[in-house]
Write a protein that binds this ligand. Sequence first.
Ligand SMILES: Cc1cc2nc3c(=O)[nH]c(=O)nc-3n(C[C@H](O)[C@H](O)[C@H](O)COP(=O)(O)OP(=O)(O)OC[C@H]3O[C@@H](n4cnc5c(N)ncnc54)[C@H](O)[C@@H]3O)c2cc1C
Length: 390
Amino acid sequence: MSVFNDSKIAFADKSDAQLKKALRMFKMIESPTLTKIGISILNFTVRNRCPFAARIVKNTLFEQFVGGETREESMKVVNQLFKRGVGSIFDYAIEGKEDEKMFDQTCDEIKKNIEFAEGNPAIPFVVFKPTGFGRLNLYADVQAKKELSPNEKTEWENVVKRYEEVCRLAYEKNVVLMIDAEETWMQNPVDELVNGMMEKYNKEKAVIWNTVQMYRTERMEYLEEDLKRAKEKNYFLGYKFVRGAYMEKERERAEKMNYPDPIQPNKQATDDNFNHAIEFVLNNIDRISSFFGTHNEESVEFAIEKMKSLNLENRHPHVYFGQLFGMSDNITFYLAEKNYNVTKYLPYGPVKDVVPYLTRRAEENTSVSGQTGRELSMIRKELKRRKTGN
Ligand SMILES: Cc1cc2nc3c(=O)[nH]c(=O)nc-3n(C[C@H](O)[C@H](O)[C@H](O)COP(=O)(O)OP(=O)(O)OC[C@H]3O[C@@H](n4cnc5c(N)ncnc54)[C@H](O)[C@@H]3O)c2cc1C
């Protein structure tokens, strides 16, 4: 039986009313039809700035998956989590806006997050998304080695400047900065930029961390190359490991444009690859710090077992776990209870701007096999336990 089955630990700070509300919401997003209706409401909110729809969103999906409309408003959740031994990672959840003004604004927001996190153990990482700093198609053009126009060259210089500014600040403030991974057709320039920053700022320890998606083929080879280079040039590596969030999009594009599918052939192959990454990094723990971002119980158990077999302390400073806020509390709070380093990705932003993030969460919970079922059965189990007083 899974060690993550204790609903009492998972929901210790949730009232009965909160649990019943979460139950209703997960039931709704379990149904593809209701999710479609919900997503239409979300989009309606964005287009028409309708206060009524905004209120519905704020009381349902937003409350479940988002910390607050601002960093300050989210502090209530940060403090609540920290009391139970769980760190928070502010995730500035505004997506899909593509102009220079917005990219500068996002860069400023990330700098504020770094300053806010300085010396605060409740906020052990700051994170940003590559497309928060530049257009997806610009990264893609750089990756495809397309000739850039003079305007595009300036745009790209601005992207590089934003990376340099936030990485330097993170280094100066001693705050770990993690960069998310996105689509394969834009990821190479991100990897190159982040590797350059690691080489520059990770001489004493891993301050700058990249993200590696293990649903991709050839990522183990990529890791081995990175390790070889880091040893030669003498710097430390830090990675967040995830399975990867863009599978359908990746497969569709590869088929449409007739190139080999960059994703593992099936779920088992992705799971195996994720486990290989766990073994690889834990076997090289002196050089590599790692963060396992997953809701998969087997993966977390696999990492825990591997740590035990290597005699690593639970709270080893080079090993972190993380789940998204509003999901898999059974894993998060179990890990906290056992004294592992564990965090929640805590999105924040105005209701109208976090809609793309919420849409993804709702869709994911409908399509990802078993996730909503797991959430629902844990909530039901806890409500029953409270009723019977066990
Ligand atoms: C803290 C945190 C940070 C994250 N950051 C990022 C990020 O920066 N970039 C990013 O892309 N994602 C990110 N994710 C999302 C992540 O990539 C997964 O989509 C999500 O967590 C579901 O995977 P899982 O490991 O939790 O578990 P599971 O539910 O066991 O795995 C589902 C995943 O398995 C893979 N999969 C499913 N079916 C198949 C198949 N047929 N063939 C091959 N592979 C398959 C897919 O990646 C799918 O998302 C993050 C998740 C967390 C928790």
